[in-house]
Design a protein around this ligand. Structure first.
Ligand code: NDP
Length: 242
């Protein structure tokens, strides 16, 4: 393993992803954070943290392939992949059009496939890797108005378990983190009345913080976490106990 491990965090310049990037850089990883549209936020984050940033829409395989090739040429092989990028396009199923469905599938599920598929061979070849997929409580339980989102987040758990089996003898661990409701921009779109109802259902009595998810990722990324694979680490304030 190289002295400085390279970690790639998709959606790594805002919200939970930014907290993950910030933690990993503090833990001495060389961190590359991918973003999609919010260039200003990405540049600010880069200035504040020294995390490298790259624009890459994870839903496009060819764009991901170019990005991964550039990263490997410039920095070396990626040993930690955090599949964090995700979007919501909420609506009751009878009002959910095909675009809302495919946008979410393309980012939250195909995005996970694209990056992992491109990085997996070098992890296997190296005999070392950490893949950490950010799922969601709503993939574990289902949620009204989120048929698309819940489908992707549940699928990510199946993907995690299968890849854990395939990587087990090759030094590559694959785990998921399933956050409960976390204070980020994603939550900002939820009306206050609905938010109050959500908080009332969280036994801890508050939303989670992005850094509380980032510490789960840092733990799973650690070389010493080598016996933990195929698992789902839930961090949800006791809202859903599995
Ligand atoms: P935010 O909306 O705050 O940030 C989403 C991030 O994903 C942004 O950095 C965004 O980039 C990036 N992104 C979105 N689409 C793409 C794309 N096509 N290609 C590359 N990057 C993309 O989300 P959160 O931080 O709240 O969520 C992070 C993850 O955690 C998601 O997977 C989400 O589903 C999951 N999660 C969140 C919960 C919450 O309560 N917040 C609860 C459970 C799970 P850009 O800045 O360019 O827009």
């Amino acid at each position: 393993m190289p002295e400085k491990q390279i970690a790639l965090v998709s959606g790594g310049t805002r919200g939970i992803g930014a907290a993950i990037s910030a933690r990993l850089i503090k833990a001495e990883y060389e961190v590359i954070a991918l973003y999609n549209q919010n260039e200003e936020q990405a540049n600010n984050f880069k200035r504040e943290t020294n995390v490298h940033i790259l624009k890459c829409d994870v839903s496009h395989y060819d764009t991901c392939a170019d990005t991964i090739e550039n990263i490997q040429n410039e920095y070396g092989k990626i040993s930690v992949l955090v599949n964090n990028a995700g979007i919501t396009r909420d609506g009751f199923f009878h009002k959910m059009d095909r675009q809302m469905w495919s946008d979410v599938i393309n980012t939250n599920l195909n995005g996970v496939f694209n990056l992992t598929h491109l990085i997996w061979p070098s992890m296997i070849e190296n005999g070392y890797g950490r893949v950490i997929n950010i799922s969601s409580i709503n993939g574990q339980t289902g949620q009204m108005g989120q048929a698309n989102y819940s489908a992707t987040k549940a699928a990510v758990l199946g993907f995690t378990r299968t890849l854990a089996l395939e990587g087990a003898r090759r030094g590559v661990t694959v785990n998921a983190v399933a956050p409960g409701y976390i204070e980020t921009d994603m939550m900002a779109s939820i009306p206050e009345k609905v938010l109050d109802k959500i908080i009332a259902k969280i036994p801890i009595g508050r939303l989670g913080k992005a850094d509380e998810i980032a510490r789960c990722v840092e733990f799973l990324a650690d070389p010493a976490s080598s016996f933990i694979t195929g698992s789902t680490l839930t961090a949800n304030g006791a809202q859903h106990l599995v």
